[in-house]
Design a protein around this ligand. Structure first.
Ligand SMILES: [Zn+2]
Length: 319
């Protein structure tokens, strides 16, 4: 049996998604989102994904077994096996049991005595932008680029002019947001569309595809992020705080993201000298992780959840 197995995931933003960079300020936007330091394209860090997946798997395991006990004492999966794991007040921290599907799959923190600690059987890559919706005078187009298509195992050649590459030729230039570009064609277009179809990307997106070179992709994405302005509410009075208007950016609804989950083989690990019994194969680990997907679709990822943000529908693997 292999030491690990990789599972590609494709998700569609049902709402704008804001995963904050933590106080960074960019121009006039106060709450910026996380960007890849090399490409400047926004992304959802793997650590953020791991955190939300953990919480949702703990919720689901709690639903399935609300009376769970450890050593004869009640020890519900949620909230104790979710969260950061350091016991505080009524929060007991991670249970760290070899039969716990949350603690084995997502790892657990060291105990008070600094003993133990386990990295977890599932690892998450960053969720990167695969397809990004941009307004054009012909309606929305979903742009992608050779770098992004590499996420789904495609090598696309020849997309390197300052142009937008479509399936069929067009005499007039096309605007992507405010950027006007000449139209060219790409011979691998059908191939790309078929790959996206096999990954569950819906027809209204794959029929409106456009390719741009890598260097233009970051520029167009960053110029077409959703920026919203909101007002801070004073929790005591329920009224708007004076001068508390703030703006935040988000990946727009319709963005398609790609990430990988690497599932390690449980047979290669022990927890405090005991074999792991919660899961027995990389497929098992992946099956546990996938319990989070309905929650991602309904409760979402990232900040501003109370403002109708963050819902992410997993298109692939389909369940
Ligand atoms: Zn646990």
């Amino acid at each position: 049996m292999p030491g690990y197995q990789k599972f590609l995931h494709i998700g569609l933003a049902l709402d704008p998604i804001h995963v904050g960079a933590g106080g960074a300020r960019l121009g006039r936007v106060e709450l910026t989102i996380v960007r890849d330091p090399a490409t400047r394209v926004p992304k959802i860090p793997g650590s953020s994904l791991a955190g939300v997946y953990r919480t949702y798997v703990a919720m689901e395991e709690h639903e399935r077994n609300p009376n769970r006990q450890v050593d004869g004492q009640p020890r519900p999966y949620y909230p104790h096996c979710a969260g950061l794991g350091q016991p505080r007040g009524d929060y007991l921290g991670h249970c760290a049991q070899p039969d716990c599907p949350v603690c084995t799959v997502f790892g657990f923190a060291r105990g008070r005595d600094q003993a133990g600690g386990f990295a977890g059987l599932a690892a998450f890559t960053d969720a990167q932008v695969l397809l990004f919706p941009v307004p054009t005078r012909q309606g929305p187009r979903w742009i992608t680029c050779p770098d992004a298509l590499r996420l789904i195992g495609l090598e696309v050649q020849g997309v390197n002019r300052d142009a937008v590459y479509l399936n069929s030729p067009q005499n007039n230039p096309l605007n992507l947001g405010w950027l006007l570009l000449p139209v060219m064609t790409c011979g691998q277009f059908q191939n790309i569309v078929q790959s996206l179809q096999s990954l569950g990307v819906p027809p209204y997106i794959r029929d409106r595809l456009a390719l741009v070179p890598d260097r233009l992709f970051a520029h167009i994405v960053n110029s077409n992020l959703e920026v919203r302005t909101s007002v801070a509410i004073n929790p005591a009075t329920g009224a708007a705080e004076e001068q508390a208007l703030f703006s935040y950016e988000a990946l727009p609804r319709g963005t398609v993201l790609a990430w990988e989950i690497i599932a390690k083989n449980p047979r290669h690990f022990q927890i405090q000298g005991q074999p792991i019994s919660a899961v027995s194969s990389p497929d098992d680990v992946h099956a546990k992780v996938q319990l989070a997907h309905p929650y991602l679709e309904h409760l979402g990822v990232g900040g501003m959840g109370t403002r109708g943000m963050g819902r992410l529908k997993v298109l692939s693997p389909s369940t």
